[in-house]
Design a protein around this ligand. Structure first.
Ligand SMILES: C[S@@+](CC[C@H](N)C(=O)[O-])C[C@H]1O[C@@H](n2cnc3c(N)ncnc32)[C@H](O)[C@@H]1O
Ligand code: SF4
Length: 401
């Protein structure tokens, strides 16, 4: 976790940051730090029941109470002059290891304290094995209108390498059940570049995801995270590390396949069937909007102040029980840092970046990036081409002063 500066124990924010609240959408992220098993590639802040044990304050049963205490703190800190909440995103971990009614209490608690926009987007992530048709109906009744399932792959040997157990076809069936329950906005996550995955394997996963007709698909290049079982197996030589050329080929295969059936990339790793089915909550991150992250290890941003909570569920619950903010540390970004962040994030989205954000020397570099086919300037905005999306980090490096 980054070190940052100490965060005030009452969670307070500088007046200047608060004064920006009325100008941009406000989202709430709620982190649910529990999973049934830990997938071998994943280093998210999540804990199995065996890892947590019966420790007071750290249990699944007590989690919703602690999260609601943090919502109370957020309401006190942000004050009454707030725009209603535009988006809620319950992520994890696996939120749906909690009973649907617990997740519903969290949504109701947000609505009671802040009010929701009439067409607020309310998402939960889910592992397809952790929910059934009845649970999905209940989530819909409780106010969720978007659901995103982790699918990763459809190929048994790829799923086995990822330590990922799905009964065959379960993710696709979960999409059908979600649609039947009234979710008009569904999504699947895929991972490409797993050791041993052939190009045909990747095509098979894309075909299966497309056949389920979700409104949204995320496809992520496998990242080998330090400290995971996957990283240890690669270090021991049991598995080969993902290869950059293979990842690039698979990205292009995904973009071509998805484009052919009507999905447009609205961010480097995210495709949707229309503007209306883009993930508004995640767009808020890329547009430097405001969000309060509830839960252990959650990150927040308001008006150039970023802060992040203590990671362990026990530490999180005990800070709140003592009436203290669970923030571990924070950073107050300078105007120069905010400009660079905006460039790095806005360049990732299909709407692109306003070129007026660039200095004159940065603007001078655009012609070269354009000649190399990496960016397409359009009406005062700078948009990455398909090849540019493959090399996003390099484009940003070449562009910035
Ligand atoms: C919180 S999980 C989604 C919900 C649920 N926990 C599940 O896995 O089904 C978010 C997504 O992050 C992606 N992810 C996690 N670790 C990754 C890694 N090391 N490399 C690439 N993608 C990763 C996976 O696609 C996963 O579905
Ligand atoms: S990928 Fe999802 S289910 Fe697997 S450990 Fe990570 S958060 Fe849990």
């Amino acid at each position: 976790m980054p070190e940052g500066q100490p965060a005030p124990s009452n969670g307070s924010l500088p007046k200047q940051a608060l004064s920006e609240l009325k100008h941009r959408p406000l989202g709430i992220y709620i982190h649910v730090p529990f999973c049934t098993t830990r997938c071998g590639y994943c280093d998210f802040n999540t804990y199995t029941a065996a890892k947590l044990g019966p420790e007071p304050g750290a249990s699944r049963a007590g989690y919703v109470e602690a999260a609601i205490q943090e919502l109370d703190l957020a309401a006190r800190v942000l004050g009454p002059q707030l725009p209603p909440i535009s988006t809620i995103f319950v992520g994890g971990g696996t939120p749906t290891v909690l009973p649907p009614d617990d997740l519903g209490r969290l949504i109701a608690a947000v609505g009671d304290r802040f009010g929701l926009e009439e067409d607020a987007e309310v998402t939960t992530e889910s592992n397809p094995e952790s929910i059934d048709a009845t649970g999905l109906k209940r989530l819909r009744q409780l106010g969720f209108n978007r659901i995103s399932f982790g699918m990763q792959s459809v190929v048994p040997h790829v799923l086995a390498t990822l330590d990922r157990m799905h009964s065959p076809g379960r993710p696709q069936q979960a999409i059908a059940e979600a649609k039947a329950a009234g979710f008009a906005n569904t999504s699947l996550d895929l991972i490409y570049g797993t050791p041993g995955e052939s190009t045909d394997d990747w095509r098979a996963s894309l075909d299966a995801a497309v056949a389920a007709s979700p409104e949204h698909i995320s496809a992520y290049a496998l990242i080998v995270e330090e400290g995971t079982r996957l990283a240890a197996r690669i270090r021991r030589g049991e598995l080969r590390a993902p290869d950059d050329d293979d990842l690039a080929d698979k990205y292009l295969i995904a973009d071509e396949r998805l484009a052919a059936v009507g999905y447009t990339a609205y961010e480097v790793s995210n495709w949707s069937t229309s503007t209306a089915t883009r993930c508004r909550h995640n767009l808020g991150y890329w547009r430097s909007d405001h969000w309060w992250g509830i839960g252990p290890g959650a990150h927040s941003h308001v008006g150039g102040v970023r802060w992040w909570n203590v990671k362990h569920p026990r530490a999180y619950a005990s800070r709140l029980a003592e009436g203290l903010s669970p923030a571990y540390a924070r950073e107050v970004l300078s105007a120069a840092q905010r400009r660079i962040e905006r460039i790095m994030l806005e360049l990732r989205i299909a709407d692109g970046l306003t070129t007026s954000l660039l200095t004159s020397s940065e603007q001078d570099r655009l012609a070269d990036l354009h000649n190399r086919g990496l960016v397409a300037p359009e009406d005062g905005r700078l948009i990455l081409t398909r090849s540019g999306r493959l090399l996003t980090d390099g484009v940003i490096r070449d562009l910035l002063d």
